[in-house]
Design a protein around this ligand. Structure first.
Ligand code: DLL
Length: 440
């Protein structure tokens, strides 16, 4: 099938690599000086590391700069890392941190304009036009999903349905009645919507949607195929984080071989999460680190995302020249260690979605019984298989056990659950329950 490539800002999206590099060098020098002059905690870090802004002449010097992570945001909560006065902020977003304190991000009017621009690039890349009806079922509020997609859809001149998350029956009614052509939500919520539509007897051919823009949580290639079949759409993977820019930091193009990072605004690096040494090799997995180049409100230098992926700077057949990050394969801090073996939830999803009889709803339970770690995977059966013979169900269970063991290197307990019995998510799915974390 011939792919159609559409651009919001072709000149920038397809600019020669040399021009991107020159722009990044120039912007980095400016941004480092701006941060040094305006963000006291970061200036102190540079002084401690004996680095002056004048030492940073190009992206080649990036490695000299100290890192930041969620801890710095927490320690300087809520405004300590902002580079502008409170009165110059135009919007606040926040995401939950591991300790309960929110991670707050502030944006100026200019930051919001750029956000809208980058989100518009993402939407047009996914086939949206000024005529589109964009149904946004990401949550609206402190979470950046809803308002982030919204701002780009408005910039593009499309019509937005700000449905937010929840009330799935009403979402489906709106999608059908308003003939939405683009759905933006988390992939787990898209799977929920697809299931409900099927249950209501709506077939993929009857669904008006043509495109899905899904993100905010890791999802696999198998999940993409499942959603594309279930909703009759082409599904795109959009990435972002509130600290940097919410959704719109990167998105995959119709080639679906990595997510283009908008490098005129962000520098993406991959570092070894243990040694923090930069990994230069194309395609090698490590921790993703971002430096903002144009942010005014909360510029961040070498911000450690804890997300694990690779970066490829080779040209892409879509014509875009901006580097591609691979799908997020996990987080350096959500990796499960079970009996000494590293297990990523994405490996489990990959196996599940290769098995057609399994529905894309699952939960991972980790426990410790008699000092031995246990891994239980609860998987929902599809309606079709559920009405099959006991023998049929048993053979799917065996298949899952065999393929999970081959993928993970340890044998999990597989528990098959009735259709629609596992908790559904309307936002980010909570797939893992690690009971070892609770005192017994
Ligand atoms: O999740 C922003 C967003 C909203 C992105 C809507 C895409 C769509 P936070 O709540 O700050 O921001 O969470 C950021 O979510 O560090 C990743 O671990 C994860 N994440 C976001 N997008 C993806 C994705 C939003 N496409 C954290 N694939 C990030 C995998 C993702 N993980």
């Amino acid at each position: 099938m011939d792919k159609k490539f559409t651009y919001y800002d072709r000149e920038t999206e397809c600019m020669p690599r040399k021009a991107i590099e020159d722009l990044q060098n120039e912007s980095l020098v400016r941004q480092v000086k701006y941060v040094y002059d305006n963000v006291v905690p970061y200036r102190q870090k540079m002084i401690d590391a004996k680095i002056r802004p004048a030492d940073i002449k190009s992206t080649k010097d990036l490695y000299k700069l100290p890192f930041n992570d969620k801890r710095d945001l927490r320690d300087n909560y809520p405004f300590g890392l902002m580079a502008v006065k409170r009165g110059d902020l135009a919007r606040i977003h926040a995401s939950s941190g591991t300790t309960g304190k929110l991670t707050v991000a502030g944006y100026t009017k200019k930051d919001l304009d750029i956000w809208g621009e980058l989100m518009a690039r993402c939407l047009v890349n996914a086939g949206a036009t000024g005529e589109s009806m964009i149904h946004v079922a990401y949550g609206y509020g402190l979470f950046t999903g809803g308002l982030g997609v919204h701002i780009g859809a408005e910039k593009l001149g499309a019509a937005v349905v700000p449905a937010s998350s929840g009330n799935t029956a009403r979402q489906i009614m709106l999608i059908m009645d308003l003939q939405a052509d683009l759905l933006a939500c988390t992939p787990s919520y898209a799977a929920y919507i697809a299931d409900e539509m099927k249950r209501m007897g709506i077939s993929p051919a009857d669904i008006p949607l043509r495109t899905g823009v899904f993100g905010a949580e890791p999802w696999t290639e198998g999940m993409r195929q499942n959603l594309e079949r279930g909703l009759g759409i082409e599904a795109f993977d959009i990435y972002g984080l509130s600290e940097i820019m919410g959704p719109s930091v990167s998105i995959d193009c119709p080639i679906h071989n990595g997510l283009h990072v908008w490098e005129d605004h962000f520098i993406a690096e991959i570092v070894d999460p243990k040694t923090l040494e930069p990994i230069e090799e194309n395609g090698k997995t490590g921790e993703l680190v971002f430096t903002t180049l144009t942010k005014e409100g909360m510029p961040l230098i070498r911000y450690r995302t804890k997300d694990l992926c690779s970066i490829d700077r080779a040209p892409c057949a879509c014509g875009r020249t901006h580097a591609r990050m691979g799908k997020i394969v996990g987080r350096s801090d959500d990796m499960l260690i079970i009996r000494g073996i590293n297990v990523f939830p994405s490996q489990i999803e990959t196996v599940l979605l290769n098995i057609r009889e399994a529905a894309p709803h699952y939960q991972i339970l980790v426990d410790r019984v008699n000092n031995l770690d246990t891994l239980e995977i609860q998987v929902e059966l599809s309606e079709e298989l559920f009405s099959d013979t006991v023998k049929g169900i048993e053979s799917v269970k065996k298949k899952l056990e065999k393929e999970m063991t081959a993928m993970l290197g340890i044998a999990p307990i597989i528990r098959l659950a009735e259709p629609r019995s596992l908790p559904r998510s309307e936002g980010k799915a909570k797939r893992v329950v690690d009971k070892r974390l609770f005192d017994k």
